[in-house]
Design a protein around this ligand. Sequence first.
Ligand SMILES: Cc1cc2nc3c(=O)[nH]c(=O)nc-3n(C[C@H](O)[C@H](O)[C@H](O)COP(=O)(O)O)c2cc1C
Length: 308
Amino acid sequence: MKLYLAPIQGHTDDAYRHFHARQFADTDIVYTTPFIRLEKGGIRKKDIREALSPLNEGIAVVPQVIFKNYEELSALITLLKAEGIRHIDLNMGCPFPLQTSRGRGAATIASEECINAVERVINENDDVRFSVKIRLGMKDDEWLPLISRLNNLQLEYITVHPRTAKDQYQPDTLKMESFDKIYAMSSNPLVYNGDIRTPEDAKMIMEKYPDLNGVMIGRGALARPSLLTEIAGGEEWDHAKRLEAMKSLHRSLISYYQENLIGGEHQILSKILPFWEYAEDEIGRKAWKAIKKASTMAKYQTALTLIE
Ligand SMILES: Cc1cc2nc3c(=O)[nH]c(=O)nc-3n(C[C@H](O)[C@H](O)[C@H](O)COP(=O)(O)O)c2cc1C
């Protein structure tokens, strides 16, 4: 089974992916960029840097696009193709109202116009490999027409996060019975995504769904960056080893930001504090709160000493 690091806007940027891949170089991991979108007819500069960053070199990185219709999707594919990109992930699952209210992300799942657009663009670009990342729908199970149409196409894989957009990322809202149905019905390879936090969680999914192409992990891997390697090795690391790997990854990122950001301490802190956002269970509440509040590098370093 393949292992995928989920795209998380504001976290898994090019530097994060690069240093994560370096830290865990003995594990094969596929990385997806946070979504790239059109703005005023072109791709935003920041997004282009994401897709074409020299930091992507030597690692498996799949650029992801978000779109609301054929015109947007086709323009994005044309622009990325011109840069030599040959595997593109289509975001049909983003639940953020800023995107769904404009007809993008999860709003595309039940849209016949969008399904037609996806089919047309895939058929028009047979030199590009496509994967699709979905949720179940906006408010309910709306995936049936989409999955049956996608069955007519040859995709690399479909990543399924079995929640609706309405559920955002709320605990206890995964609908595994819907995932079961998609698993039974999809003729395209499936990647499971959602709430995997431990090697045991991943093992249960892999055993229950042996025909999966792989599992994709987001917040669980930000909280515990060694998680994918632990899963690959079939062995849970002890807490001290996990923390050391996490701190080592963060040290590499801090050095990188110190060399490459011009904004000084505040800008560096604004980059590194989010690394810990999902790690409360892993590091303990006291340290987690102190890290969150750290307003200088010195306070940040002191906060790290509180990790249990
Ligand atoms: C802050 C945030 C930003 C995200 N950005 C993206 C994104 O750009 N593209 C995407 O496909 N999914 C995005 N996701 C969804 C994740 O890729 C993933 O599907 C979700 O976190 C569920 O997986 P997990 O339970 O392993 O975290 C984002 C999630 C969060 C919390």
